[in-house]
Structure formats: C-alpha cells, structure tokens
Design a protein around this ligand. Structure first.
Ligand SMILES: NC(=O)c1ccc[n+]([C@@H]2O[C@H](COP(=O)([O-])OP(=O)(O)OC[C@H]3O[C@@H](n4cnc5c(N)ncnc54)[C@H](OP(=O)(O)O)[C@@H]3O)[C@@H](O)[C@H]2O)c1
Length: 232
C-alpha cells in the first residue's frame, strides 16, 4: 500500500517508520513548511497514494481534512483538539462519498480499557461504600490536563454510573508516555484498573492498522468502531 503522511512530527515519523517496516511504501511526508493553508494537499501531489495518515496540530487539521476530502483521499487522522469541527467535516466527507477515520487515541489497549472500565462501573453502581476516582499521569511537556482519554473515560463512567462524580487527578512529571488508573476505594480494600502506555509505537501501530482498513470503507469511522464494530 502507498501511504501519504501529513505531519513530519513525532507521530508522523513513527507511522512512516512502521509503515516501511510492514512493507508499505511511504508516498510522501508533507511537513508544515510546504503546507501553509493545506496548499500542498493537491490531487497531483497525492496521485498514486492509497490512503493518507494525518498527525499535525489542532490549528492545521481542519484545513488539511477539507483539502484531502476535496482530493478524494481516504484519510486517517489522530490529531486532537478539533472536536468542535467534527460535525461539519463529517458531513462534508459524507456528502462527497469520502472516507475518514478519526480517533484521539489509537491504542488498542486504551479502547479495551474503556470498555472494561464501563462494565466495572456498572457492577459497582449499587455499592456506595466504594468511592470511585481517576488518576492520569503524563510527561511534563504535556500541556492539557486532564488528558482527552481521562475525560472520555470519565464521561463513560458517569453515563454507566450516574451517582458517582469520578473526579480526575492529573500528574505531569518526567517522561511518562501515559498512564490512566480507575480506582474504587472501600473501607477494607481497593479495586484498580490501569492502562499503561509504554511508547508512542502503540499509537502508530493502531493508526497504521486503520490506514490498512480504511480504503473501501466509505463514511466517517472511529477506531473503536473499526475494532469492535460499534462506537460510543
Ligand atoms: N490519536 C493518537 O493516538 C495520538 C497519539 C499521539 C499524539 N496525538 C496527537 O497527534 C498530533 C501530533 O502529535 P505529535 O506528537 O506528532 O506532535 P508533533 O511532534 O508536534 O508533530 C506535529 C507536526 O505537525 C506539523 N504541522 C503543523 N502544521 C502542519 C501542516 N499544516 N501541515 C503539515 N504538518 C504540519 C508540525 O510542524 P511544526 O512543528 O513546524 O509546526 C509538527 O512537525 C497532536 O494533536 C497530538 O495530540 C494523537
């Protein structure tokens, strides 16, 4: 498969390295310097690519997705921080018969964790002696807190167990790639469920699997829907 990559940062480079290792061809890697206003994303530049993987910045992603949709390119994006524009982009993709797969988290383990956490919340919903809370830990350079994954987890837990607020504590220290822990503390015992990311390779592997799957699947998809056949 020929894969075009938009975004020459940590994730774009990780996806390119893994794509080559899996036997794909990297059609091009388009960085910020040549792509102001998404001007490099022309049908001519992308001709011959089967799919695009986009990891850039919140201020760049929307213009990139518009141009990629115009160019008829199936696109996987992992860029975060543009959720407010998703409905507009989704309807553009649908109208044009395009294919888009988006996810703020391409770790398979995180999506398993979210689903198991939701089940645990339902099991503990009728047991007020346990107090539920979340702790998320990330490297010192991560600016946003709580993490998007912690917020998604909190929303799902509250939906499954509306009586508990599930407060989040954020830790920013060192080089931690990302750890999320759900705990229920009772008078005599604690139940914990954790997801620990060891490196960004897991995110790159998930995004690449999505890129392998997307061509031939028109519409707007999430990674969770691809993995489990449904989406929340
Ligand atoms: N979904 C997931 O699983 C997952 C995992 C990790 C990260 N992320 C998200 O993915 C995004 C990228 O993460 P990262 O760690 O790769 O960040 P990064 O290392 O900062 O890379 C972002 C790259 O995008 C470039 N860029 C900016 N505008 C561009 C444009 N118009 N066209 C092409 N490239 C452009 C930046 O260039 P300049 O530096 O020159 O501006 C930078 O090289 C972030 O939103 C992050 O939160 C998602």
């Amino acid at each position: 498969m020929r894969i075009a990559i938009v975004g020459d940062g940590k994730m774009g480079r990780a996806v390119a390295a893994l794509a080559t290792a899996r036997g794909h061809t990297v059609h091009c890697i388009i960085g910020a310097a040549e792509n102001a206003g998404a001007e490099a994303l022309t049908p001519e530049r992308l001709q011959g690519a089967h799919v695009v993987v986009e990891f850039t910045r919140p201020e760049a992603v929307v213009a990139n997705l518009e141009r990629l949709t115009d160019a008829g390119m199936p696109t996987v994006t992992g860029t975060t921080g543009w959720g407010g524009e998703l409905p507009r982009i989704a309807s553009l993709v649908e109208r044009r018969g395009g294919a888009l797969l988006h996810s703020a988290n391409f770790s398979v383990g995180v999506h398993l964790f979210l689903r198991v956490a939701e089940k645990l919340a339902r099991e503990l919903a009728g047991r007020p002696e346990f107090e539920g809370y979340l702790v998320e830990e990330h490297h010192a350079a991560k600016l946003d807190a709580p993490s998007g994954t912690a917020l998604a987890l909190q929303a799902r837990l509250k939906a499954a167990d509306p009586e508990r607020p599930y407060p989040v504590t954020s830790v920013r220290a060192g080089a931690i790639p990302g750890t999320h822990t759900l705990s229920y503390d009772g008078p005599f015992e604690t139940v914990t469920l954790s997801h620990v990311a060891r490196s960004r390779e897991g995110f790159a592997a998930g995004a690449l699997s999505a890129a392998e799957w997307l061509p031939g699947h028109p519409g707007v998809h999430t990674f969770e829907k691809m993995l489990f056949g449904d989406s929340r």
